[in-house]
Design a protein around this ligand. Structure first.
Ligand code: SF4
Length: 291
């Protein structure tokens, strides 16, 4: 795990109106309870500081003028077992102490008790005219590429069911089909969307970042990078983390336009960037209030 020296100002990541926080590393050996093949933390994404709930909320209050939305997301899954309750308690504390939209991302599934608590977070925020954006990540549907999301990540179907439960408690539901990967067929994404389309508000894609000869490359492409991928690569810096590395980036206009068309036909907001999707959702909501 990378060693990082933090001062109070950069425990977490605040930029472009977003504050990104998390529970930090699971322990001294593992950043996250899960181990996705494409996880950026393996190859240089700088993880956040490990702080308790009071410290995280104090940090957010101290820096309140710098952001319009809080993400509990980033370097770890703060809701995966064994930290599900701590992650929910963090959402509760943020919703009670800060007047702000709140988004969380996870690959976990929630029990009915968890959902009752999340419903209270939804209602606390609604009373402040704010939303809870509940984002569930699903990167594949077919078992052929199940190695991308290894055990103990719950099955795609279990996560699809979780999105429905989150929709039923009044959360704004976000399906993160992220990142779009060259070894996942577009039919996988369409299968997931077909099942979820009636209870998701937003679908997100994302370009795929990896380091040449790094861990992500070896795990995502166990048989080597396909030629057509190699020739389409570009080099970029990440604009959502302070690491200074140059990353190989792969994007697919075909996947993006196919998913966009599906979403347009089914009244689901689609974007490759969460900030754009959230702004779009809020404008549509404001329009409905005016009509
Ligand atoms: S859940 Fe997120 S942080 Fe955890 S291993 Fe997967 S991609 Fe990385």
């Amino acid at each position: 795990m990378p060693e990082v020296n933090y001062d109070d100002k950069n425990w977490f990541y605040i930029k472009n109106g977003r504050a990104m926080v998390s529970l930090g590393s699971l322990n001294q050996y593992k950043t996250c309870p899960y181990s996705c093949a494409f996880c950026y933390v393996q190859d240089g994404f700088i993880p956040y500081a490990k702080k308790n709930i009071n410290e995280i909320v104090d940090f957010l209050i101290r820096h309140r003028e710098k952001y319009d939305i809080i993400y509990v997301s980033g370097d770890t899954d703060s809701f995966a077992k064994p930290r599900t309750q701590t992650g929910i308690s963090l959402l509760q504390s943020i919703s009670e102490n800060i007047n702000c939209d709140l988004l969380f991302t996870t690959r976990t599934i929630f029990s009915s008790e968890d959902l009752q608590q999340l419903k209270k977070v939804v209602n606390t925020l609604k009373n402040k005219n704010k939303d809870l954006f509940a984002c569930i990540s699903i990167t594949r549907f077919s078992d052929e590429v199940s190695y991308l999301e290894p055990y103990p990540i719950p099955s795609p179907q279990a996560r699809i069911d979780t999105i429905k439960h989150l929709h039923n408690i009044g959360a704004v539901t976000v399906l993160a089909l992220r990142p779009f990967l060259p070894i996942v067929k577009v039919t996988d994404y369409l299968s997931i969307l077909n099942i979820c389309k009636d209870y998701i508000d937003i679908a997100l894609g994302e370009a795929f970042y990896f380091q040449k000869d790094g861990k992500i490359e070896k795990r995502v492409f166990p048989n080597g990078i396909p030629n057509k991928v190699e020739t389409a690569l570009k080099k970029v810096h990440m604009d959502f983390n302070e690491n200074n590395k140059e990353w190989e980036i792969w994007e697919s206009e075909f996947i993006e336009s196919t998913i966009r068309n599906f979403c347009d036909k089914n009244n689901v907001i689609f974007s490759m960037h969460s900030a754009d999707a959230i702004n779009n959702y809020k404008s549509q909501k404001n329009l409905q209030i005016l009509l």
